[in-house]
Design a protein around this ligand. Sequence first.
Ligand code: MF3
Ligand code: CO
Ligand code: CO
Length: 260
Amino acid sequence: MKNNILKAFEKTREAGKIASGALDEVTKIIKPGIETNQIDKLCFEFINDNNALSAPLFYRGFPKSCCTSANHIVCHGIPSKNKILKEGDILNVDVTVQKDGWHGDTSRMYLVGEVSTKAKKLVSTTYEAMIKSINILKDGVHLGDIGFTIQEYVESKGYSVVKDFCGHGTGKNFHEPPNILHYGDAKTGDRIKTGMIFTIEPMINEGESDTKVLNDGWTAVTKDKKLSAQFEHTVGITDKGCEIFTASKKGLNFPPYKND
Ligand code: MF3
Ligand code: CO
Ligand code: CO
């Protein structure tokens, strides 16, 4: 690979490692009774301690260092001291790190105490959908193949894919082209090229795919108030496949985590 690609990979790898490290730390504090603000504080401090910046903080006015999206919140939930996690909740924590100007963006689901089998199935299907789409990545594959892989799998399980939000390129900007749709048709769209860096971050709903944004201007929820789950990795395309920049160094990629 060319030098500029190698540099982008090296920088994104550093940012991705810090972002996934923050999500590893979050596994230690998730339990019934904590405020989502405590998750924000942990992420803020972990990112600072690693000489990096939180990209969401003040991004288009976003007030916190991570997003915390519980149950029927699809994405962009705002951490708050008033939001207390309770037994049975499922929660997405989304962290984006900026390190030396480069970005790493990742999210995982967390289970709060004992969670219903139904909710756990949604969570594991969402993770599987993301991994299946990552596994097809290599130079020459169409963008539409990503969405097709996710949609086909998820709908076969009776769930729906959110269409109102998508993955995105990353680099020196938090969000860059291309948009990565989590639904679509095989062999459509541009071809993926070696050196491209982008996120895959499917949001999968238990019920209908429709979403709406609450009055805070950020929090996206399912219209039917049914559960939604999401995982996100930042990946880089190589000649032979891809590198996942945000994989957990501790193997804490999906729940239940070791200390759950
Ligand atoms: N991390 C989210 C993403 O995956 C974006 C969050 S934007 C914020 O693209 F402002 F809400 F943080
Ligand atoms: Co993203
Ligand atoms: Co994200």
